[in-house]
Ligand binder design. Sequence first.
Ligand SMILES: Nc1nc2c(c(=O)[nH]1)N[C@H]1C(S)=C(S)[C@@H](COP(=O)(O)O)O[C@H]1N2
Ligand SMILES: [Mo]
Length: 427
Amino acid sequence: MNTSALRFAAGNGLLDRRSFLKSGYGLSIATAIGLSPAGRLLADSEPPMPTWMTSLGAADSAYGSPSPHESQVLRQLQPNTPQTAGFSIWHSPLQHQRGIITPSGLHFAVHHNGVPAIEPERHRLLIHGLVERPLQFDLQRLMRYPMVSRIQFLECAGNTAANALSPSALDGDCQALFGQISCSEWTGVPLSHLLREAGVKASARWVICEGADGGSHSRSLPLAKLMDDAIVAFYQNGERLRPSQGYPVRLFVPGWEGNVSIKWLHRLEVSDQPAFSKDESGLYTRILSNDDILAFGFAMDVKSVITHPSGRQRLPELKGFYEISGLAWSGTGRIAKVEVSADNGRSWTQAQLHGPVLDKALTRFSIPWQWTGAATTLLSRASDEQGHVQPTRSEWRSRYAAHSFNHYNAIQAWRVGRDGTVENSYA
Ligand SMILES: Nc1nc2c(c(=O)[nH]1)N[C@H]1C(S)=C(S)[C@@H](COP(=O)(O)O)O[C@H]1N2
Ligand SMILES: [Mo]
């Protein structure tokens, strides 16, 4: 193909992100992906008309489901994690998704005590402790309060733990390595409405939040954050929560590690101190490199991953045009920029952010790439509006003790081989 019309923006074929937006560049996508004249002729000679074009289709069903041709797009259990009766981690297939919204049936899930079969009419939410008026709500009364909707991500603190812990990069796809992140439109009642109604006492600082699952998963959360932007959510992507996401009601705490968004929410105890429950004293702390223990470090860090091309995908042609596309997010604000490198970090260029760029939501980015066919490594590096930038893996490792794995947010590297294979790498 004639590459004279291409505007290169960084090494090894990364194109200017506006290449296809400005007509002046004279770059057509058909040219870029190399549709040959022979290919065009083939399209002109129509194959025989398929039967679906000449007969009536099937009846539809009362609740839609994906095409049977997409049956490989499924959540998957976390590899190498023993699943016990109650404990399971399901990963979302990021490499099959586009845009920023996770379909509800593909939302990742972490269950410590299985999925309780709650009968909504028997479920109650109790607010007690340091309040003037302890309150107990049934769902019908709870859902009469004014509601808000927000598009926000949820990420498990342990997402990408394999890359934090494993001394060499494990072979895996984007789902296996990064699949504990999803993004939905969440709708519910701001928790501040309910806490004000209960009348929080002046000495209150914390709220102990507990689920109705058999093991009573619970976390202590600072009152200030809950008053600021937490919601008691009933809806996910316009329909009632899936049982897996906390039906009939969950806490949703924007930008913070997933384990604090208590599913099947049934009790809020207002307190002047945290409970130091089992999980918040052990599982959800981080050990720093100087052996200090960081507890109650809630906000998820700025992070990104290229989803196309990504681990275990195979580039169908061994050189030429590809769109690099991925996801970026930060628990402390909006994504400000994502830089991409196609030469293992020697040169970088800014990817296009696809709007809307929302606070504490997944943000889609993309950049056109003219692959020469040589083996290379693709990287993405996100920055948020507060100036946080993703660290390299060795920078991340130097902050934490060797066996620490929560909040891993280092720059991800995908190695592209000359045979078109893509694999996880430590750059
Ligand atoms: N009641 C209850 N809430 C819970 C959990 C749980 O096991 N029980 N798991 C937590 C963890 S560790 C995470 S990461 C998020 C995951 O939310 P999701 O399953 O809707 O993706 O839920 C949190 N809330
Ligand atoms: Mo989690």
